[in-house]
Design a binder for this molecule. Structure first.
Ligand code: PEP
Ligand code: MG
Length: 282
């Protein structure tokens, strides 16, 4: 929550999951309601960065009034930024509300779309945001398709955020909600780390930021590996903030880079973690 984040001395909000405003309702909140809610958050973080994510409904975040019934594989279905295929006004209204709230605040507001798959989807989102004069526009890279085409995606957005929960799920083809698959659905899996590296390299090539969201950054060792891979910022839950910043303040960037190189080159998730721990002396 906003108050927890403030109490934990957060530097800003790295991932504002706007779904929370939509849960438990029969219809979407009106534009005015959304403006009021977003403004409240922006004002609480005056002068700080707030990175909004537009509605990511579907799969693990079902919304009664938009979720398509009867899809056999909702995680591979009409979710996230694919939603406007069914209800275009929903996301248009939301972007408008964010733009209005952002126009009268001292918070530094950035906006990004979830579940982008192709450069064309990124172009479409960027154009729609530009029309509303939203100043800083990005997308989340959460699928292998987006990671592989990151160089093209970067040419149309200001920044990228890795959604490590979904990137692990889709890279490993392992449902993030199935505890049985936790060994596969693990951000330490070298395949997931190498997928992330594609996005970091694409960002570095054009000198644009790649931030990291999702559970991965809440693991202090992995947070250090992500910094070593080139993360410009990490977004973690207020609860994890203390542990992550304490480890990061004890290590050098050179150690993070060495840990990243070892982890990415490992053969198993366990080996990746163990190798990183040695490099980071933990
Ligand atoms: C992610 O997928 O890593 C992410 C940050 O978004 P969510 O967990 O809300 O899908
Ligand atoms: Mg996600």
């Amino acid at each position: 929550s906003v108050s927890e984040a403030l109490a934990a001395s957060a530097e800003g909000i790295g991932l504002f999951r706007t779904e929370f405003l939509f849960f438990g309702r029969d219809e979407a909140p009106t534009v005015d309601e959304q403006v009021a809610a977003y403004r409240q958050v922006f004002d609480a973080f005056a002068g700080k960065r707030v990175i909004m994510r537009t509605l990511d409904a579907g799969a693990d975040k079902p919304l009664a009034f938009v979720t398509t019934a009867g899809e056999a594989n909702p995680a591979l279905g009409v979710r996230g930024d694919r939603r406007p295929w069914r209800r275009p006004e929903l996301l248009e209204d939301q972007r408008r509300a964010i733009a209005v709230a952002a126009s009268s605040t001292s918070a530094i507001v950035q906006v990004r779309a979830p579940m982008i798959d192709t450069p064309d989807e990124a172009i479409d989102f960027a154009h729609r945001c530009a029309r509303l004069e939203l100043p800083s526009v990005g997308v989340m890279i959460e699928t292998p398709a987006a990671a592989i085409t990151a160089p093209e995606i970067f040419s149309v957005v200001d920044f990228v955020s890795l959604g490590t929960n979904d990137l692990a799920q889709y890279t490993m083809a392992a449902d993030r909600e199935l505890g049985d698959l936790a060994l596969l659905n693990d951000p330490w899996q070298p395949a997931v780390l190498r997928m992330m590296r594609l996005a970091f390299s694409a960002g570095a090539a054009v000198d644009k930021p790649v931030s990291v969201c999702g559970e991965a950054a809440a693991d202090p060792l992995l947070a250090a590996v992500l910094v070593g891979l080139g993360a410009s910022s990490l977004s973690v839950s207020p609860r994890a903030l203390g542990h992550v910043s304490s480890l990061l303040s004890d290590v050098t960037f050179a150690e993070c880079r060495a840990a990243a190189a070892e982890a990415v080159g490992s053969r198993t998730a366990q080996a990746a973690r163990a190798a990183a721990a040695v490099e980071l002396r933990s």
